[in-house]
Design a protein around this ligand. Sequence first.
Ligand code: TXA
Ligand code: MG
Length: 307
Amino acid sequence: MPTETVYGLAANALNPSSVAKIFEIKRRPSFDPLILHISKDYDLGQIVNSVPEAAEKIIQAFWPGAITIILPKCASVPDIATSGLPTVAVRCPAHPVAQELLTHCKFPLAAPSANPFGRISPTTAEAVEEELGDKIPAILDGGPCELGIESTIIDFAEGKPAILRPGAISAEDLEPYLGPIQQKGLGEHPEAPGMLKSHYAPRTPLYLAFEKLPQELPKENAYLFFDRQQNLPPISFTLSAKGDLREAAANLFQAMRELDQSDASQIYCEPIPDYSLGRAINDRLIKASSGAVALIDNDFIVAPAGR
Ligand code: TXA
Ligand code: MG
């Protein structure tokens, strides 16, 4: 199914054997819980126990939209969908095709991104076909995803709200409603397995440069630039020539996919400004990367682990 963030692999969330098929097709580990997608008219009370005031504010302000909230779940939600957790992730997507589908279904659709576990999330129907085409009965083509990066996940289940995954709605967008928000970063206990380090990975090793890359670059590699317009090496992708983070986020997964399909045996990536949507982009790049590099005397030197 299309959504405004990425394509999802959807099944009836309230039917355990349907949900099991998602895990099987994605080869997703059973400890990685799913997001339940609901229509605008769905009664949230059918799947969650309580909605704290702060969560209610976010729902009012951002749904339908690219924000997923974690709340205490009801018994109606099967354990397989939440990996046995007492909480459930819920999102009301804005994509009109997703809304129409959900309205017809009358039940929530569990939908992780429609890629095999650990691979690049698909942002077009063609990318879904490439990733999973031979394993699924149908693809609902809703065109390219407008936002192109997954939803932001906020945990409201215990105490103060915390961002578990930076995504299409930035912390800056949320702060007027919630005040300063905790961001649970990498290296801590991965409560959302989207927080696991290796994820979103192309098959070609991708390295993150510490600084902007020089104008002259060895031609045999692939390069991912933030805003470069000139001196583009033959295998390269510029995320946003005008330096717009929203446009960059929308292009990110398609860029990784295209560079991965080139003949280059390394992808080098320039740093992306680390604020607003740039944080979500950097989160995905770090998880996709095989390490950091520095360019010394025109040689890429992979930084030792722990940098
Ligand atoms: O934009 C999106 O969110 C897309 C589209 C299809 O809606 N979906 C998506 O799903 O990104 P997925 O499965 O790739 O990522 C869901 C993340 C996982 O990292 C999972 O661990 C986390 O949500 N999650 C789900 N339920 C959770 C829970 N109860 N507590 C903490 N994390 C949870
Ligand atoms: Mg995913």
